[in-house]
Ligand binder design. Structure first.
Ligand code: NAD
Ligand code: UDP
Length: 349
């Protein structure tokens, strides 16, 4: 079976990273079925993906907790792999409503894995996060760094990673690539799809772009006394299109491993980042340089739970997945602005 005939289930495929990944999956010749309950996304994103790719997408509106519907989908399709984006991701909300997060993210993933097992689909790509590294002891962060987290959202990611490790240890037919994303930003260069947060954004880049477009008055920079280049926090921002391509590399890796009938890869965790850190102030300045837009800001106290610096060691992805990020911080700013300025109200829910 060649790549062209392989079918992939994309859970959470209507969301920010999922929608960008759908484009790359289609461009690489994979057939896709998107499964999403639209709890944090708008179906318009899929319509735009259809416009960009000129391909009709099979979409099922459903919840990870709906085992009956999942079973039905797996009976109708022979999937090679599941790319699992579906999950809730708001740190603050997870502190206020932890059970919602454990149920949706952890129980939802258990359900999905059970249905996969029942239908003998054993290839899995998981959306993990640099949050599993907690406050890193060493930089850049390697995949073998100790794991810990500081909030319920992060704990759902960590619990799912442990669960996937146990599953792989129990049965070598399971092959899991756990992609630990650093800070995804940017948008597709068409300007048709991008990040569309609900309400006031928690994350830096959407906040910057909403200040630039005039929806928010000014950015508050959380802390200017960190031990960093200019005192503001440092992160490894990665363009969402590079990130999306990382998923194709992960699936290609699973395909190759299955075709070559090599030993199971078991549980394989890989960082997806650029490998270099950018400070909050550097990002604000890059945004102005790339777009000509002034971003008003003021310094305010540190945000609870934030770490000073976080950036990835990316050798493993290069060596094993043959993947590396190509787009720089200016591309990230330019494409964010393209999306934001063309869609000031996002998908207009
Ligand atoms: P997103 O909210 O835009 O996309 C997630 C999608 O999953 C949404 O379309 C939502 O409707 C869907 N969903 C949620 N719960 C579901 C359920 N029970 N059943 C079916 N669908 C459900 O988020 P994103 O930024 O695209 O993130 C995708 C994944 O990557 C998430 O698992 C997130 O935790 C992880 N991640 C994101 C970031 C980030 O900064 N964006 C960083 C690291 C990891
Ligand atoms: N940040 C900020 N103002 C904001 C949002 C974020 O100064 O309105 C800072 C934050 O303190 C951190 C960096 O930007 O140093 C990245 O934050 P984000 O929430 O985007 O990602 P994460 O905290 O998950 O790395």
């Amino acid at each position: 079976m060649g790549t062209a005939s392989k079918k992939i289930l994309v859970t959470g495929g209507v969301g920010y990273i999922g929608s960008h990944t759908c484009i790359e999956l289609i461009a690489s010749g994979y057939d896709i079925v998107v499964y999403d309950n639209l709890s944090n996304s708008n179906i318009e994103a899929i319509k735009r993906v259809e416009q960009i790719t000129d391909k009709e997408i099979e979409f099922v509106q459903g919840d990870l907790l709906d085992e009956t519907l999942l079973t039905q989908i797996f009976s109708q399709h022979q999937f090679f792999a599941v790319v699992h984006f579906a999950g809730l991701k708001a740190v603050g909300e997870s502190v206020a409503q932890p059970l919602k997060y454990y149920k949706n993210n952890v129980a939802g993933t258990v359900n999905l894995l059970e249905v996969m097992q029942h239908h003998q689909v054993f290839n899995f790509v998981f959306s993990s996060s640099a949050t599993v590294y907690g406050d890193p002891e060493q930089l850049p962060i390697t995949e073998t760094a100790p794991r810990s987290t500081t909030n319920p959202y992060g704990r759902t990611k960590l619990i799912i990673e442990y669960m996937l490790e146990d599953l792989c240890a129990s049965d070598p037919r399971w092959q899991v690539v756990s992609l630990r994303y650093f800070n995804p930003v940017g948008a597709h260069d068409s300007g048709k799809i991008g990040e569309d947060p609900n309400g006031i954004p928690n994350n830096l880049m959407p906040y910057i772009s909403q200040v630039a477009v005039g929806k928010l008055e000014k950015l508050r920079i959380f802390g200017n006394d960190y031990p960093t280049v200019d005192g503001t926090g440092v992160r490894d921002f990665i363009h969402v299109v590079d990130l999306a391509k990382g998923h194709i590399s992960a699936i290609d890796y699973l395909v190759k491993n299955s075709t070559d009938k090599k030993e199971s890869i078991g549980f394989f965790a890989v960082n997806l980042g650029t490998g270099s850190g950018t400070s909050v102030l550097q990002l604000v300045n890059a945004f102005t340089e790339a777009t000509g837009q002034i971003v008003n800001y003021e310094f305010s106290p540190r945000r609870a739970g934030d770490v000073a610096s976080c950036y990835a060691q990316v050798d493993l992805a290069e060596q094993n997945l043959n993947w590396q990020a190509h787009l720089d911080i200016y591309d990230m700013c330019k494409d964010t602005w393209h999306w934001q300025s063309q869609n000031p109200n996002g998908y207009e829910k």
